[in-house]
Each structure stands twice: as structure tokens, then as C-alpha cells.
Design a protein around this ligand. Structure first.
Ligand code: NAP
Length: 279
């Protein structure tokens, strides 16, 4: 079987490709990248894969049986068409199965909802494609909170609008493990699964960071509007409200739902004790 992974120049696509290369020595793995020069040394064939270029996508998917589509980063409306380009190219090229990395969240009521809506539209497009499929709804990556540690130290606190809400975080390497299973096991065909670990509060997150980095961070609750304004100053008009909207969703309990990670992989998601103690 030949398995292709899109966006292998990115962190999630790269992690999935590496997990496949490591665990599936009998399969042929191909990486697709909009910017092949951004791909590190994966040791597999890399083909051009710009979601905005249908002809290029079709040519690059020749001979591929199963495709992992990593969701893009463009504005929600642009993303929908880009993902359709990939799905249509997969159909034209004779791909048999598509696995899509979607996102957890609600379609209405937060500043993140437009992004969730675009992911839900792509889910519908994948289901309507006529191809075999599996869809993963990813939890929120925990790595950015670790990468943000110096800023947290400077501030002495984690301040956001999540309040007492719990968030089902995950890591890209755990997602890579789960997607390897969705790509290679047909028992998940036709399913949409939630992929994340045990949900935790922001106060618990502060405790884990304090244990890992010897800090004394405390958690401070902000209102959703305050936090969106705070993030927009630092991250700009597009990403700021998206981040603010995610925390609004955590506050509403949207990210505190059962995960299918163990059913998909055959083992529990890595615990947060284990993750933070390994940092
Ligand atoms: N669950 C979460 O918490 C969370 C957080 C952020 C994002 N996400 C979603 O998860 C996806 C993967 O995350 P990541 O950590 O791997 O992000 P990342 O490291 O920033 O990588 C993004 C990848 O998307 C590629 N890409 C962007 N636009 C493209 C296009 N039009 N055509 C083809 N490739 C394109 C980039 O290629 P280039 O090298 O050419 O730039 C890069 O390989 C994101 O794209 C986003 O949809 C999830």
C-alpha cells in the first residue's frame, strides 16, 4: 500500500510521516509539501502538494492508495476550497481512502467557531466524496503552552478566559500514533473520532508547568472579551480572536468530552504526568 501525507513540512504532517516510516516498513510512504524545501530529511519521496493547485495535486497523488489530509492554515473560507481541491484530486487520481485531521470545537458561539465550521464542512466533503474515509477531531495542542514558558515566567501567571473549564489537550506525537492507526486499519472507516488525552483545567496546567520548570505560575481568569483583546494585541486580528475563541470554548466545557484515543490506538493517551516529567 502507498500512503501519502500532506503538509509534511509542518509539525503534524512531519510527525505522522515519521510515525508511518517507523511503524510501517512494508508500506510505501510519500510526503506532499507546498514548500518541499521546508521538509527536513524524512528519507522518503517528497512530491509537490500545494492545496491551491489542483493539477499539481492530481499529478502528485498518482499511485497513492491512502491519503492523510492535514487541515490547512488559511482563512476559513479559503480553507474549504483548498481542502476540496485535495479531495477532488484524490478522487481523480484513484486514491481509495482519505483520512482528515479535523478539530474539536463548536460551530457557533465563539470566535473560533468559523474555523470549526470550515473543518466541519471539509468533514462533510470527505464523507460525500465516495471514498473510504476516517476523520479525527484533534484536541488542542499542549506544546504551545510549553513553548510559551518564558513569557509565562515573565508574567508570573497563566491568564486567559478558560476559567474552571477543562481542556482535552493532546500532542502532535500522540496524534501521529493515532493517525497511523486510522490510516492502516479499515475497521475505523466511516468513523469520526475524538483524539486527545485526559481533560485538565488551567490551574492543573500551571501545576504541571511549575513541576516541570520550577516556576511558581498561578492561574488568573479573564473575561472572554478581555482575553480576545489581549491576544489580538500580541497575535493580530486573525489569530488573536481564534486563540481567544478556543479558550471561550474551554470555559463552556466544549473540550471536556470523552476521547476515542484508546479505542483507536489500543492504549491510553500519554498521561500529562508522563509528558511533563519527560520535558
Ligand atoms: N489542534 C490544535 O491545537 C491546532 C493548533 C494550530 C493549528 N492546528 C491545525 O493543525 C494543522 C497542522 O498543525 P501543525 O502544527 O503541523 O502546523 P505547522 O507546523 O504550522 O504546519 C502547517 C503546515 O501546513 C502547510 N500548509 C499551509 N497552507 C498550505 C497550503 N495552502 N497547501 C499545502 N500546505 C499548506 C504548511 O506548509 P509550508 O511549509 O509550505 O508553509 C505546513 O506544512 C494546522 O494547519 C491547523 O489546521 C491545530
Amino acid at each position: 500500500m502507498t500512503i501519502a501525507v500532506t503538509a509534511v513540512s509542518g509539525q503534524l504532517g512531519g510527525a505522522i510521516a515519521r510515525a508511518l516510516i517507523e511503524t510501517q516498513p512494508d508500506q510505501t510512504i510519500i510526503g506532499l509539501a507546498r514548500t518541499p524545501a521546508n521538509v527536513g530529511d524524512l528519507g522518503v519521496e517528497i512530491r509537490a502538494g500545494d492545496y491551491g493547485r489542483p493539477d499539481q495535486l492530481c499529478a502528485s497523488l498518482a499511485g497513492v492508495d491512502t491519503l492523510l489530509l492535514v487541515s490547512g492554515m488559511d482563512a476559513p473560507d479559503a480553507r474549504i476550497q483548498q481542502h476540496r481541491n485535495v479531495i477532488d484530486a484524490a478522487k481523480s487520481a484513484g486514491v481509495k481512502k482519505i483520512v482528515y485531521t479535523s478539530i474539536q470545537g463548536v460551530e457557533q458561539g465563539t470566535a473560533f467557531s468559523p474555523v470549526v465550521q470550515s473543518n466541519r464542512q471539509t468533514e462533510s466533503d470527505v464523507r460525500a466524496s465516495g471514498l473510504d474515509y476516517a476523520i479525527g477531531r484533534n484536541g488542542i495542542y499542549i506544546e504551545p503552552d510549553v513553548e510559551y514558558i518564558e513569557s509565562y515566567k515573565t508574567r508570573g501567571e497563566i491568564a486567559n478566559s478558560a476559567g474552571a473549564g477543562k481542556c482535552g489537550y493532546t500532542t502532535r506525537s500522540e496524534l501521529a500514533f493515532a493517525y497511523t492507526s486510522l490510516l492502516t486499519n479499515d475497521i475505523f472507516n466511516g468513523q469520526t473520532v475524538n483524539l486527545y488525552g485526559t481533560p485538565i483545567t488551567q490551574s492543573q496546567l500551571a501545576d504541571y508547568l511549575n513541576n516541570a520548570f520550577g516556576t511558581s505560575l498561578v492561574y488568573r481568569e479573564m473575561t472572554p472579551d478581555e482575553f480576545i483583546a489581549d491576544r489580538t494585541v500580541e497575535l493580530g486580528d486573525f489569530i488573536g480572536p481564534i486563540i481567544g475563541g478556543i479558550y471561550e470554548g474551554i470555559r463552556q466545557g466544549i473540550y471536556d468530552t470523552p476521547s476515542d484515543f484508546q479505542a483507536v490506538t489500543g492504549r491510553p493517551h500519554q498521561s500529562w504526568e508522563e509528558y511533563f516529567s519527560a520535558l
